[in-house]
Design a protein around this ligand. Structure first.
Ligand code: MG
Length: 158
C-alpha cells in the first residue's frame, strides 16, 4: 500500500533571528520568524507526512499557542511526526522538496540538510531530495521578506 502526501509552509524573514533550514543552522543576516525555530522545510515535510495518512496538519499536532513548542528545534517535530507515521505501520519511500528563497544561496548546505533529514526519517540520503529556486526578485520572496518550502512524500506500508 502506497500513500502520497504534500506540504507547504511560509515564514517571514526578519533581522536578528537565527536561520534554521532543513534542520541545520545557516549563517545569514536574517532568519525565519515563528513560534518554533521556524524551519520552513521541516514544517513542509511534516505536513506532507501527515497529509499522506490524512492525519491533519502540523498546526493541529503542535499548536503555536502551546508554550511547549516555543523555540523548539523542528527536528523534534519531525521526529514526533515520523513516530506517528511509523505507529500507523508506514515508512518513508522518498521525499522531494523545493525551497523558494532569494537569499542566501543554499546550494553548499543542501547535502548536510539531506543527511540531517535522512537521519531523522531513517532512510538513505538518496531518498531525500532538496531543490531550491529564487523567484527572480519577484514577490515577497524576491524582496527577501519571506521564505516558502514545498514537500512531497511517498510512504509505503512496512
Ligand atoms: Mg511553519
Amino acid at each position: 500500500m502506497l500513500r502520497i502526501g504534500q506540504g507547504i509552509d511560509f515564514h517571514k524573514m526578519v533581522e536578528g533571528r537565527e536561520f534554521w533550514l532543513g534542520g541545520i543552522h545557516i549563517p545569514h543576516s536574517k532568519g525565519a520568524l515563528g513560534h518554533s525555530d521556524a524551519d520552513v522545510l521541516l514544517h513542509a515535510i511534516c505536513d506532507a507526512l501527515l497529509g499522506a495518512l490524512s492525519m491533519g496538519d502540523i498546526g493541529q499536532h503542535f499548536p503555536d499557542t502551546d508554550a511547549a513548542f516555543k523555540g523548539i528545534d523542528s527536528k523534534v517535530l519531525l521526529t514526533k511526526t515520523y513516530e506517528l507515521v511509523r505507529a500507523r505501520g508506514y515508512k518513508l519511500v522518498n521525499a522531494d522538496s523545493t525551497i523558494l528563497l532569494q537569499a542566501p544561496k543554499i546550494r553548499k548546505y543542501v547535502d548536510e540538510m539531506r543527511a540531517t533529514i535522512a537521519s531523522v526519517l531513517e532512510v538513505e540520503i538518496d531518498a531525500i531530495s532538496i531543490k531550491a529556486t529564487t523567484t527572480e526578485h519577484l514577490s515577497f520572496i524576491g524582496r527577501e521578506e519571506g521564505i516558502v518550502a514545498t514537500a512531497n512524500v511517498l510512504l509505503m506500508k512496512g
